[in-house]
Each structure stands twice: as structure tokens, then as C-alpha cells.
Design a binder for this molecule. Sequence first.
Ligand SMILES: Cc1cc2nc3c(=O)[nH]c(=O)nc-3n(C[C@H](O)[C@H](O)[C@H](O)COP(=O)(O)OP(=O)(O)OC[C@H]3O[C@@H](n4cnc5c(N)ncnc54)[C@H](O)[C@@H]3O)c2cc1C
Length: 475
Amino acid sequence: MRTSKDYLAKLAAMRKNIYMDGEIIGRDDSRIVNASRAIQKTFDLAEDPKYKLTATSSISGSRISRFTHIHQNPEDLMAKQEMTRMMTSLVGGCIQRCMGTDVMNALSVTTKNIDIKYSTDYHERWKKYLAHFQENDLVGACAQTDPKGDRRFRPAEQPDPDQYLHVVERRPDGVVVRGAKLHNTMAPYADEIIVVPTRALRKDEKDYAIAFAIPADTEGVYLIGRSAYQHHREPNLEAPIAELGDVESFTVFDNVFVPNERIFVNGETEFGSEVAHLFALYHRHSYCGCKAGTGDVIMGTCALVADYLGIEKMDHVKEKLVEVISVAELVFSAGLAAAVKSKKAPSGTQVPDVVCCNVGRRHAGHNIYHEYNILCDLAGGIPATLPLSKEFNSPAVGDFVKKYIARREGVSPEDHYRAFHLASDVLTSEVATALQVAGVHGGGSPIMEDIAIMTFYNVEAKKDLAKYLAGIKKD
Ligand SMILES: Cc1cc2nc3c(=O)[nH]c(=O)nc-3n(C[C@H](O)[C@H](O)[C@H](O)COP(=O)(O)OP(=O)(O)OC[C@H]3O[C@@H](n4cnc5c(N)ncnc54)[C@H](O)[C@@H]3O)c2cc1C
């Protein structure tokens, strides 16, 4: 397995194709290195058994990072969820590396299913790629979300056909693709970009049924980045939460060549649809872990500020803490239930239960702003107005900051300041606001969960139950 030093050295050697803040920057730029700190933790803590970050490879038998693992049984799915929750709590937000894990699991299932139907060799091709992915302990970004243009129109009906990424040329040795994928978390510090379709496709939409993996610095790939960081902190006030950062990207594919060995779906529209659904499914399962971890961060911060304000034992405060606990634990429980009720695909990959995953992700999404609202309520206005650390240290006004930030006897001004700074970081920072939007839309906008639930839930069986109870005879 790699160390974070190996990971950063590899990033530094990649072609410069990140466009941010008016510049073209390399991956050794401090903005990228700092944003990748959450991913670095997945390497730094790999040997610590507490985080369950390793697994045994299903293809080589070697010890590998669980972030590169293909789930083989319900226990693997549960271990991934626990890992995701713990790592999210540890960094105070999105652990980011789940994207690659989820899309690789989706591809493991679909490549096998295509081969069964069409006697193709996608699964062997994908397995070779998996061996490379695991041996080199790679970080994969999943590029699924197309710009989609006018939402009323299907891919080929768009006035601009590039609104959905598609094949523009077919060659004996591969394909050329054009288009873009938006909102790509950590693509600027991923080794590989793994592309899958974003929606169900019709038979006449073959050019849009394309899935592949390429190095993130491939010729023709432009990563147009937007960063989110925490407020600067003076060295004496550094804290783990201050390390959390993120760069999202508009990932543009301007006539990019993809060689055959890196193509995993190519024109099989029904399987383009399947892999789109499966990535969303695995990702919603990951959300049942990370949103529980986010709940842990919000809950802990709520309890700490309530303690320092002297309101912790008040009934209305306890009720609010129970509310955050209930959301986190119900979401996590739905993920565990999805693992318990999971099924094996023909590829041998364990697939979580669709309804359990989606009700968990749905509950998380519906409550995300509610959880932040509780923190906002309990912390008062200070997260939005807290003076920054230079003022805390200032010879001119620092004593005023320390005097007026203090609430409860027995807690130092610095600890009060740290607690409220944490509340500010969790609630109002650039990273926090990106995570809030991701809490609603990540893994698909809210309606997508409802569609998945209504597609897979047996409503007719419940109608039959109602008829039986009502004494209505079956037709
Ligand atoms: C911080 C963040 C990180 C993300 N990371 C990734 C990533 O790493 N990789 C990735 O691929 N994606 C990523 N996403 C994208 C995420 O999956 C999408 O934002 C989500 O699927 C919604 O798509 P959209 O943003 O295009 O919004 P839209 O789909 O346009 O949704 C906007 C509204 O329009 C409605 N709507 C859309 N289409 C229709 C229609 N046909 N009929 C009726 N109503 C419609 C929706 O229900 C919604 O209410 C990320 C998103 C965020 C916010």
C-alpha cells in the first residue's frame, strides 16, 4: 500500500491541467495538497486497525486498502460503512475517497452482466484494471453527473449534444469522447477519473452509453476547480477541523482518446443504465456511513457548545440532541440493514439492498439542514460573527475577544474560543456550505431516491394486504 508521501509525489509528477483562481496549477500546489488532506489520512492510518482501512483482495489475496476493495459479503459492506463513518468523524467532514470505491464496485457487477448477455470480455478487461488499481493503491474520482442542459430533453435531443458526455469517434483501438462531468469531488487530486453515464438510456442513445477510466491528467482533460477551505488559523490555534478542505471540478473532456483496455461499457444502453443506477446505489450506501459521521460531528459540537453555554441539562436542549442522534443512528441503521439484506451479483460482488439504502439516504438528505439548524439554534449567533484567530492573538483587542467569548466558569477563554470556532467551521465555512449542498444532492437529487424506492418497493403486495384486511376478494 502507498504512503501519503508516495501519493503526493505521484500527484506532483502529473501534467498540469487544473484551472483555478485564474491560473493553471500543478498538483504540488499548496491549494491542492491541502485539499487532499482527508485522502492523505486514508494512507496515513492504513495500518491502524481501529479504522478498518484494509481488506483482502478478492483477486490477488493481498492486503489492500478497503477503498480499492470489491465487497464480497455483507460484512464487507458493513466494514465499509463503519470505515466511512469513522473517517468522516475524524476529518470533520467528507472523506472523499469513497467515490472510486463505489464506482469500481458498480463496474464489477455491470461488466460481468454485459459479458453474460453478449459474450464480450469487459469483465476480464475491468479485472486487469482492478489489479492495477489495487496494486498501485489508486485514488479514483467518479465522474457521473453530466451538465444535462435543458432538463426537459433527453441526451440526443439537446440543442448542444455535448451536454451529455458521448462518443464522437470510434477507432479500432478505442474511442474519442467529448462532453463534461460537473461537480466532481476531488478529481484534481485523484489519480484516475472513472466515468459512468448519469441516467437511464434508450436503445437509440448508444453513444451516451460509455464507461471508462483514464488518468486524471490525460491529454484533453481540463479540471476547472473550485476550492473550499476553513478560515486561516494562527499556529497556536490550529485544530484538526482546520485541515479539512475540498476542491470540486467541472471536468471537461475535449476530444479525449480512451483506449479499448480502459473501456467498460460501450454502446450497451441497458447496461449504461444499470451502471448509472449501481453507482448511485453504492454511493447512497456510503452516504449512510458518511452522513452518520457528519451527524456525529454536528452532535458533538452541539453538546460541547451547550455545555460551555451552561444549557446542556435543559430539557429543550436534550430534545434537540436526541433529534441529531436519532437522524444519525437511523441513517446508519438503514445502511447496516442494506448490508444484511444484500445479495450477491453474478460477478461475486455484494450488492446492498436498494430500498434500505435509499430510505437511509433519503432520511439523511431530508434532515441535513435540520441538523445544521439545531447547531445554529444551540450555538447562538457566534458561529457567524466570531472574530478570527489574528484578533484572538492581537495585542490591541485580543483581551477583549478572550473576555467576551467566555461563558462558563471553569472553561478557559481559549477553549471557549476553540469550541465556537469549531461551530463556525462546521456551520458557516466554505467547506461547511459545500457539504450542506452535497448532503442534499450527493448521490442524486432527492427525487432520485423516491424514484428508486417506488421502482423497487412492492407496493402491489401492500395493496393486496389492504384488500385482505378489508375483506376485498382478489380478482
Ligand atoms: C458538493 C457536491 C459534490 C458532488 N460530487 C460529485 C462527484 O464527485 N461526481 C459526480 O458525478 N457528481 C457529483 N455531485 C453531483 C450530484 O450527484 C448532483 O448534484 C445531483 O445528481 C443533482 O444533479 P444536478 O446538480 O444536475 O441537479 P438537477 O438534476 O438539475 O436538479 C435540480 C432540480 O431539478 C429537478 N429535475 C432535474 N431534472 C428533472 C426532470 N427531468 N424532470 C423533473 N425535475 C427535474 C431535480 O429534481 C431538482 O429538484 C456532487 C454534488 C455536490 C453538490
